[in-house]
Ligand binder design. Sequence first.
Ligand SMILES: [Zn+2]
Length: 155
Amino acid sequence: MVGDDEYVPEPCILHPEPVTEHEYIGLLDPGLQERIYGWEDGQAEADDFEDAEPPRYQTDLSTAPGWKIGGYATWETSDPYEVVCDCGTPMNPLLTIASTEWEDETISWTPVEDRHLAEESEANTPTRVTVGRDGSLSIFTCPSNPTHAHQITLQ
Ligand SMILES: [Zn+2]
């Protein structure tokens, strides 16, 4: 039994695809962060994007929104912190359950086959699952021992 209907997914078809993510910018070396911000400034000054917004590291290249297995955790509502198991081992995200599959301000993570639906809000929430205040729930597991208790973050 589930205590809240918002946690019960609508039946839908899964089309998993591999994507490459990069660490959340706040967890990168400060020197690398500065280089990325410089690259973004250069993109904004270049007039190569006509009416489109130039890509930004955090929203377009770093952590993918939507449901995912593995990858990097997102830290949109809190400062990033290391999730550590009771045994002292840093934990890894196993599964992220997201309220939306992409964000309105960018389409870089929107599947190509769904881009024509990008403006339709229901297309962005195929499972109809809502976590927190339209956030994401990540389940972390211990890489040294899978029987150790999992932990969650809500962003
Ligand atoms: Zn552990």
